[in-house]
Design a binder for this molecule. Sequence first.
Ligand code: FES
Length: 368
Amino acid sequence: MAGEDWIDLGASAELSTMPLRPVTARSTSIALSYRDGEFGAVSNTCNHVGGPLGGGTLDGDYIVCPWHAWKFHRRSGAGEPGFEDDCVPSYPVKVENGRVLVNLAAASKRNRKPHAAHPLTRDVTRAPGKLRLAGISTTVMDPGLPRFSGSDHLLDAALTEARTLGAETQIIRLNDLKFRACEGYYSKGAQACTWPCSITQMDSTDQMDQVYEALVHWADAIIVASPIRWGAASSLYFKMAERLNCVQNAITTRNRVLIRNKVAGFIIVGGQDNIQGVAGQMLGFFAELGFIFPQFPYIAHSRGWSREDMERNIEVVRTSKELAEGASMLAKRCLDLAAHLIAQDEAPASIERGGRKAHLIDTDASIG
Ligand code: FES
C-alpha cells in the first residue's frame, strides 16, 4: 500500500520498559512512548522552540516537553486540550513478531497554533513619565525576627533622595519573594533558556517575574544593595543573578537586547572586606545584561578584617550622615545618567555575536 515505510525500532520487550524515550528512525527523531500496553510515536521536536519531547515526561497520554511544559498527545501528536491544532507529526506504530515498527511515510502534518504569550514577552518600550528607580534588596533575614540591615538602610536613603529629585521609586526585597533557583535550562540547550525564564513560563507561582518586570519593563535605573558574606555578595543576589541568565541569553541566542538606556548602581555593605571583589562581580554581570554605569557606580562600607564587633558597625551605618549622603549622591548619579541616556536613545536593540562574544555563536534554532 502507498504511504508505507515501516522501520524496525527494536525489540518490543526492550522498548516497553520505559514510558518515554527518544529514538531515531533513519534520520527522523521520534519520541516513542509506551503506556497501557500501547506504543505511541510522535516527532521528537516540540513546536515551541524545539525541545526534545522524548526527554520529557508523561502526564496521562500527554507528553510534557522538558523545556517549557507544552503538551502533546503521545499517539496523535495533538496539542493539549484547547490547543489541539498545535500538533506535532505522529507516526503509525505496530508490533510484529516482537519488533516495534514505525511508518515514517504516513506521518501526519505539523501545525503550529500560537499560545498566549507571557505578559513579560511584550515589546520593551519605555512608557512615558517620570524617571523610575528600582531598588533591589538582596539581604537575607528572618521576617519574623527582622534585624537592622546596613545595605537596606542605605538603599532606603538612595530611594528617598530619588523621590526628592522627582523620580518614581519601587523597592523589591528578594527576601520577600518566593522564587525557584535556576535549574540550568541553559545546560539542556541554549534555546531552552528563553525570555522570560523557563521557570516563569511554567510556574505561575514563581515570583521572579516581579524582578523581570521591574528591570526590563519599568525601571530607568536600578540600585542593587548587598551585604558582603564571606567576601562575596549575598546568596540571594546570586540566586537572582542566575535567574537573570535568560536576559543575557536573549542577546546570545536571539540578538535581542532587552536592557536599553538603563543604569545600574550598587550599594555594598559588610562587616568583612573585599568590597572591590564584590563590586567587580556585580559590575561585570550587570554589564553583560546591557546596563550602563555612572561614574563611580557603587558606594560601600566595610568594618574590615580586624574587628568582630558588628553591633558597633550597625550603629556606625545607622547614624552615619556621610554614608547616607553617599547613597543619595549615588541615586542622583544614576538618575542623571538615565535621563541623559533616555534623551539620546542611542543604545542598540540588537548586537551581533551575543554581545561580549567575539566569535560567531552557533545556536541551532531550527525546528525540523
Ligand atoms: S515547551 Fe517545548 S520547547 Fe518550549
